[in-house]
Every structure is written in C-alpha cells, then in structure tokens.
Design a protein around this ligand. Sequence first.
Ligand SMILES: C[S@@+](CC[C@H](N)C(=O)[O-])C[C@H]1O[C@@H](n2cnc3c(N)ncnc32)[C@H](O)[C@@H]1O
Length: 225
Amino acid sequence: MRMRRKANLDGRIADAEKTGRLLILNVEDRHFERAVLEKEYIDFEKIFGNKNPVVLEIGCGKGQFCTELAKREPGLNIIAVEKSSNVIIDAAEKAIAMGLKNLITIRCDAEYLARYIPEGSVSRIYLNFSCPFPKKSYEEHRLTHRRFLETYKKLLAPGADICQKTDNRKFFEFSVQEFTQSGFALKNVSLDLHADDCKDNIETEYERKFVAEGLRIYRLEAYLL
Ligand SMILES: C[S@@+](CC[C@H](N)C(=O)[O-])C[C@H]1O[C@@H](n2cnc3c(N)ncnc32)[C@H](O)[C@@H]1O
C-alpha cells in the first residue's frame, strides 16, 4: 500500500536541507551502471568535521535506528540512506530535533551509492528489515542481491562488515546464499535474536512491530575473507 504524500513535503525538505542534516541526491541518468562511473564523492571530513569511522544504514525508514545509534555512539559518523523522500523527512527531522551532529540523512537509491560514497571508506553497513520483495521476478531489488553486494564490497574498508536483521526467513536464507556466493563469511548469526542475548540491540521501527506480533528476528554479520 502506497503511503500518502506528507503535507508540505517540499517545504519540510527544503528546511531540512538548509540545516545540512539532509542531502537530496538526484541523478539524471536512470541507467545506474553508467551513473556510478561518474563520482561525486561526499567529503566526510568536511560534513562531519572529523575523521571518525563512518557507518551506513541503507533503507533507514523513519530513522528510529540511526538516531538511537548516533546518540549512543558519538564517536561514529552515521550516514542514513533512504530512497523515499516521504519517509526520510521523518529521519532528517528527528536528527535535527535531537541535535545529532554525527548523523546525516541522504535521499538516494542504494543503486547509486558508489557514485557518492568513496571506495573503502565505510566501517559497517546496516541493512535493517530491508524490503524482502518476495516475488522471484523482483529478487534483483533485494538489498542483499549480489548486484548490491558487489557495490557494498567497494564501499567497505578493510575489516569492515555488514549487519543484517530481518523477520523474513526466506529472505534471510536468500541473503545467506548471496553473501556466501559473493565471497563473504558470516559470524554472530542468530535465528532468534530476541531469545538470544541482545542487550545492546537497537530496535528499529519495523522490528518493534514484528516482535510485538511474536515474529522471530534473524540477524547476521557478513565480512570479506
Ligand atoms: C521495510 S522498511 C524498514 C525501515 C527501517 N529500516 C526499519 O527497520 O524500521 C524498508 C525501507 O527501505 C527503503 N528502501 C527499499 N529499497 C531501497 C533502496 N534500493 N535504496 C534505499 N532505500 C530503499 C524503503 O523505502 C523502506 O523505507
């Protein structure tokens, strides 16, 4: 079901952009493979004012996770990426209201990230409750499809990892296969995160909903050998 466009969305986006907490990245070229050959790298040192490690959350939704992470970990710089303007505006406004200087929200499709994020610059990527796209014909849109994993490989710094959580068992199984076939190894795998020790876990908006419905949460960390 499509979400209704928020009232005064353009005005709210313009206000958030003025604060520097929201970047709207528009690529004219819809052919993403060609578009990522051109680089418009974000200067992390300039936007954050320090050289702290950078982590990415892709598909951040309304920003529950990234704002809490930014609050708990002031020594990390966080880039929260979301393709929908209607959704990321909530994340941007939360970051602004909370005065989080170590969080920047970006409206961008994950397909274009290699255009903006410098190679080898990211110390962790979070994929929280990414859309599972259950239909086989849509599997290329899953954020753990191998075509996305090839992009992430370029962005990850040596020793960096990807942390995935999902409630969807089939999507989790698909992801395990994609990670392993793309040269990643897995660690800290949980088939029921909330039954395991997860005291440092930051619950996302979707996670809270799924846990309340009694669903299991699957989690893994993937790293390059
Ligand atoms: C199911 S929601 C989960 C939101 C949040 N991570 C949470 O756990 O509460 C998935 C989000 O990923 C975004 N998304 C899906 N595909 C994307 C892509 N290719 N690039 C960026 N964001 C994407 C969707 O717009 C949606 O807001």
